[in-house]
Each structure stands twice: as C-alpha cells, then as structure tokens.
Design a binder for this molecule. Structure first.
Ligand SMILES: Cc1cc2nc3c(=O)[nH]c(=O)nc-3n(C[C@H](O)[C@H](O)[C@H](O)COP(=O)(O)O)c2cc1C
Length: 329
C-alpha cells in the first residue's frame, strides 16, 4: 500500500488493525475550542483535500476530530488536472490535483450525510472558477447539515480576470459580499499566502462578511525533471505544502492576528505534531488543520489532537481561553 488513495478496503482495514488506531471513540476531550460560535471537541481539524472519508474511516473514528474539512466542492463534477499531479520536494510536496471532485449534488446525497451520520463536525470547503460557481455551491449548501463553510479563494477565477479572488482585496470583497447574502452558516474564508500583504486581504474578507479566516493555502512552486529538462507536473506549477511551509503559515497567522484582534483564525501549514499545532495557537489561532501529514500517515490529524491535548493539560491559561472562543493574542 503506497498511500490511502490506492489501497483496497481490505488493505486499509488490515493496516488500521496493525496500527491499532481504529478508535478513540470514547475519548473524553478535555480542551475544546469554539470557532465562530461552532464548538469543536478539540482544536484540531483535517485540512481540505487531504481527508477522504472512504479511506480514513478505517483508521480512526472521524467524529473525534475537532472538525472534518472536506475536499473542495464545485457546482458540477470536475475532472481535475491531467498528467502528473504531484512531485516530491525537500520537506514538502508540490501538487496540482486541480480540485477533482464529484460536484455539490453528489456531495449533498453522499459524503455529507455519511459524515453527519458518524457524528462529525463538518466544514464544507467550497471551490469555484467564477463568482457564479461559488454562489451556486453556497446556495445549495445553505440549508444542508454542514456546520461551517470554508471558501477556497485560491482557485483561478474568470470573474477576476483569471487570477485567484484571494489575491485581490476588491475582487475578494465583491465575491464574499455576494456569498454572505446567500447563507447564515458560519463562513470561513481560506486565505492564500501568494500575496504581498496578507493582512490587507484578511481585512477585506472580514469587512465583506467572513465569520472566520483559515490560513494558509499552498504556495506556488514547481519541480523540473533534469533527465528531460521539462516540468514534472502536468500543470507546470502547483501548490507547495508540508513542513517546508510551517514557518510561513505561522508568520501569516501572526500578522493577521496583529491586524485583526477579534476574528477567529484557523492555522494551517506544515503541522505534523502537537508542538507545531501549539505554536499556531500561541501565534493567535483558535484552531488548526492538519493537511499533507495525513497523506503520509492517515492517523496524523488524530495523533496531533492527542499530542496537543497533553500539551494543553500543562497550559491551563491557554486551554481556558480556547474553550471560551478566545485566543492567546
Ligand atoms: C493533495 C492536496 C489537495 C488539496 N486540496 C485542497 C482543496 O481542495 N481546497 C483547499 O482549500 N485546499 C486544498 N489543499 C490545501 C490544504 O488544505 C492546506 O491548506 C495546505 O496543504 C497546507 O497545509 P499542509 O502543509 O498541512 O499540507 C490541498 C492540499 C493538498 C496537499
């Protein structure tokens, strides 16, 4: 078995048994958090695109996570990018999956009911290539059982001349302002680090109606195959994730927290241990999401949550703040 995506169910169940990590179902979490009014059992969620229910449910009780953030959901099924989609890199991965997903109608009758049946707190990640795309998905999710929506504003967007709406405060404000009118659900805007001033973008999202911000998405990167002299990834460039981006994500959370003292923040980027999660909480995050680490070890998000719990045992002042929806800074 190479990873969670190409294993059979039998292989997954054996691997999960061997790892002895199928459960923690009766674990009593001592240190909850609150993100935009939504209670999380603990401050650790999964990051979008790195959790697949069909695979991960064999490894652990997914309802034990603070929240499960789904793969990006688009208005119609998307095939994703052709060709090679990922390349290894020192302390990270470059990916250009291209937001492959079966579309919002499928999500509403298949994945979301399953996640809710298992008792998970669900953050539905929304993808779009235009403002209309986002609006279609958000309108369909407005009456769904999703607990929160996370808007991925890092996708190339035709309404913004091909660039991601998350890189321009004016385009972002227009897009989020429109979505705000379509739903009362807590709406998280997921920020791109591929900008000059992330605090200015964060402010635009907050002023347009975001209830919370998550950060960061991947950074633009590429690899070249020196045998051919050509880019490895079919899409040429992709998004860099993993330990390499940890200090960058942390600095982004710090900067946004300094600029916006009150908005709930979810820290993302390179988290593979309780200690790294804790650094994000000390930078001013209310919660964190674990991404690429789960592609190497599907149980990583739960392990990080358990490690963080022990660290918070020894830090009652921080734990108390998080439980009330407050932050260290
Ligand atoms: C394979 C892969 C797919 C991803 N798909 C999405 C996605 O659909 N929507 C999204 O907002 N972010 C997506 N991301 C970005 C992650 O959610 C996360 O922001 C990023 O990987 C940084 O966290 P990490 O260093 O812990 O992986 C994806 C990342 C990876 C590695």
């Amino acid at each position: 078995m190479n990873n969670q995506y190409d294993a059979t169910v039998d292989e997954l169940e054996h691997a999960a048994d061997d790892a002895g990590t199928t459960l923690y179902g009766d674990h009593e979490w001592k240190h909850p958090t609150v993100v935009a009014g939504v209670p999380w059992k603990n401050p650790v969620g999964t990051a979008s695109g790195t959790f697949q229910l069909a695979a991960c449910r064999h490894f652990y009780d997914v309802s034990q996570m603070g929240a499960i953030t789904t793969k990006g959901v688009s208005p119609v099924p998307w095939d994703g990018n052709p060709g090679v989609r990922t390349a290894e890199s020192p302390a990270g991965t470059v990916n250009a999956v291209g937001l492959q997903n079966p579309g919002v109608d499928h999500y509403l009758v298949d994945e979301l009911p399953k996640l809710k049946e298992l008792g998970a707190t669900v953050v539905t990640n929304v993808a779009g290539h235009s403002d209309d795309d986002y609006a279609d998905v958000v309108a369909k999710l407005a009456d769904s059982p999703a607990d929160m929506l996370e808007i991925n504003v890092s996708c190339p967007n035709v309404s913004a001349g091909g660039m991601a709406v998350g890189t321009d405060p004016v385009a972002l404000s227009r897009c989020i302002g429109r979505l705000r009118k379509l739903t009362d659900k807590p709406m998280i805007v997921k920020l791109s680090p591929n900008v000059t001033d992330i605090a200015a973008i964060a402010r635009a999202a907050a002023e347009a109606g975001a209830d919370a911000l998550s950060l960061i998405n991947t950074l633009v990167g590429m690899r070249i195959d020196i045998r051919t002299g050509e880019p490895i990834i079919g899409n040429v460039t992709g998004g860099v994730s993993g330990p390499a981006i940890f200090p960058i994500g942390l600095a982004c959370v710090w900067k946004v927290r300094q600029a916006l003292p009150d908005i709930p923040l979810i820290g993302i980027g390179g988290i593979d241990s309780g200690e790294k999660a804790l650094e994000y909480l000390y930078a001013g995050a209310n919660a964190v999401e674990v991404g690429g680490a789960a592609l190497v070890d599907p149980t990583a998000p739960l392990r990080v949550a358990l490690e963080l719990e022990e660290l918070l045992d020894a830090r009652p002042e921080l734990a108390e703040k998080l439980a009330k929806g407050d932050t260290w800074r």
